[in-house]
Design a protein around this ligand. Sequence first.
Ligand code: SAH
Ligand code: SF4
Length: 365
Amino acid sequence: MSNEGGTVKALSGMLPEELFSSLELDKKFRAKQIFKWIADGARSYDAMTNLPAALRDTLSSRFRIFSTSILSTMKDPDGTVKLQIGLSNGSAVETVLLTDAAGRKTACVSCQIGCPMGCAFCQTGHIGYERNLDAGEIVEQFYHLEDAVGRLDNIVFMGMGEPMLNLEAIRKSIAILTSPEGRGLSRRRITVSTSGLCKGIRDLADNGPDIRLAVSLTAADPELRDRLMPVNVSNPLPELRSAIAYFTEKTGRRVTLEAALMAGINTDDAHARQIADFARGLNVHVNLIPWNPVETLPFTTPKGGETRSFLKKLEAYGLNVTLRTRRGETIGGACGQLGRSAGIAATGSGSRRPEDEADDEPWMG
Ligand code: SAH
Ligand code: SF4
């Protein structure tokens, strides 16, 4: 079963109704059984023991359960695990497991092969862009990690790619993972991170799903942000600010502003004041990420003192700030390092949560 891009469409990316029609099943409850089996870890038809043997035989000759496979597994001494996942068209993406001090496990998944946004400080932005992942390719990253390390607590769309450019597949992957008939993951345990595409932020606010949002601000100086993040040229700061305000008003959720910190680039007093001005009146929390080294890029990680002093300045302006602990550095699995080992052939360039839960996210370190 192939779709237009020549990639294999697998069962993993289908909700029960679609399984029922695509597999030409005669009973609806069979589709629900298959959906539940996949969420529960069945990776072969033989494992689906409540299906009649004849049906298992027919299905296995016609449909694949997964379209992807694990090519390699890398482990960092800090507990971070990075999977390199091979796709049916021969490309690869990376998925990372982050574990916090309390032992909570978070999947950091990719939504595109490469990324077209071209942020100056990000490895993924420099490997070129190939295509969007489909819903099955996204949920399989989560399932592969669960198969490897056991039950996960959270999922963040902070791997390779820009989620707002692939919102429909992301919506479908979230519908699959949150379905009570399947994995039943809570929407509160899902975060989507965008470089700042206002249309997508508003679309998410209007049409859901009701999940957490992180926005990669990095700098609130318009000229610097133009240079570091080309998205700023077509989505300037005042528009981004009003899209964030719209999201928080519509959803009641606090938004996380992320800032990758680069020594001598965006860490002085003026930058702290500009971020504080941007954040004033918004229901936001700031998460600082000291830049994770990418060999070929001309930036350096700020020393501890530079980072701490920037954090203190933001706090002095009344902002709620956390500093993300670096994770997975030895395996190139930290934020912005994904893609180095992916072997990508570049083809071109619900329920409301209490406010105090905002700090309770493992990916914030
Ligand atoms: N494309 C989305 C999500 C993936 S990037 C986005 O940009 O939000 C996830 C986070 O990593 C973003 O906040 C991004 O600014 C940050 N990042 C990218 N490269 C980095 C690097 N080398 N060091 C630290 N953070 C980085
Ligand atoms: Fe893409 Fe995010 Fe990297 Fe920018 S930071 S290039 S949007 S993955």
